[in-house]
Write a new protein. Structure first.
Length: 316
């Protein structure tokens, strides 16, 4: 196996503070997260960064790693644990067997007493699996009314030999009505498997609401840009406005201008405190396509004593 320079992986100096190590990890974890990164090796780099942080985030484990690194090992060196390493300082003290699943053989030999990757030690205690995290994308209609989404993902399982393997799995996820962007849905027992007969961890899904043709989502509030005619803006009146629950009539005040914002209370995403729907007016001016239409615009210009640029001209 190869020696891993965890400081080099995180891009920090060996004398970096714990805060510097944490900041470096968070930056790289965001960069290489498989859900957001387009780089071909994102998943491998994400796991490598996570492993490096696991080794260095705790001062006691970091000191144990530094003891080994300072004896002359470098990134990529062919590594074999020194004689007596697995017994010195109680190598197995740092991690339980299930915590080592998914890490490299180097990491396992460093903190697990030479235990092979993903294999359960004899006599290990019964322990629960770790929680998993993923994202799920839903459309606005499903977020509003609720529904079911089928999610395809790889899930770790422990076989009869105690080896951790990734298997493809389809999970039906119930989306509750009114779920908000960024909200988490918990699926009990769908996380990583337990060892020694222990229960599996939970799966937490972070909801992302897809962009919609009509609405912008702001928390539980919805924003809708509503085109209106010049005469509707000038005279006011009732207009049918779309909402996710169906059209409702809204009163347009006389003399409304583009950009005016009106509120439909409680017409946003449902919840204990429902969101609102905000309607932003946009006055659309039709072109004068016929002689008669042009005459009407000319008559209006003569009748109206209105100059929208009067304030600007007064400042010149």
């Amino acid at each position: 196996m190869e020696f891993k320079d965890y400081y080099k992986i995180l891009g920090v100096d060996s004398g970096a503070s714990q805060d510097e190590i944490k900041r470096a990890y968070r930056k790289l974890a965001r960069k290489y997260h498989p859900d957001v990164s387009s780089e071909s090796d994102a998943e491998a780099r994400f796991k490598e960064v996570g492993e490096a942080y696991e080794a260095l985030k705790d001062p006691e484990k970091r000191a144990r790693y530094d003891q080994l690194k300072n004896s002359g090992w470098h990134q990529g060196d062919e590594f074999r644990p020194p004689p007596g390493w697995s017994d010195s300082g109680d190598a197995a003290r740092g991690f339980d067997p299930e915590d080592l699943a998914g890490f490299s053989d180097f990491f396992s030999s460093l903190f697990g007493g030479g235990m092979g990757r993903g294999r359960q030690r004899r006599g290990s205690v019964r322990s629960a699996g770790r929680d998993s995290h993923a994202r799920i994308e839903v459309d606005l209609e499903t977020a509003f009314h609720g529904g079911t989404r089928r999610l395809s993902m790889a899930r770790a399982e422990v076989d009869e030999h105690g080896m951790v393997r990734q298997r493809p799995q389809q999970i039906d996820v119930r989306i509750p009505p009114g779920v908000a962007d960024g909200q988490q849905i918990r699926l009990a027992g769908k996380g990583e498997p337990g060892l020694g007969g222990g229960p599996a961890g939970d799966l937490y899904l972070e909801v992302t609401i897809k962009p919609h043709q009509l609405y912008e989502v702001h928390g539980r509030d919805l924003h809708l840009t509503l085109p209106i005619t010049p005469w509707e803006a000038a005279l006011g009146g009732k207009i049918a406005v779309p909402t996710p629950a169906g059209k409702v009539e809204m009163n347009i005040p006389p003399g409304s201008s583009s950009g005016k914002r009106l509120r439909l209370k409680g017409r946003g995403l449902p919840g204990k405190k429902p969101g609102d729907q905000y309607v932003i007016l946009k006055v659309e001016v039709p072109a004068a396509k016929t002689d008669r239409q042009r005459e009407l615009y000319e008559e209006l210009a003569k009748e109206q004593d209105f100059n929208p640029r009067a304030v600007m001209e007064g400042q010149q």
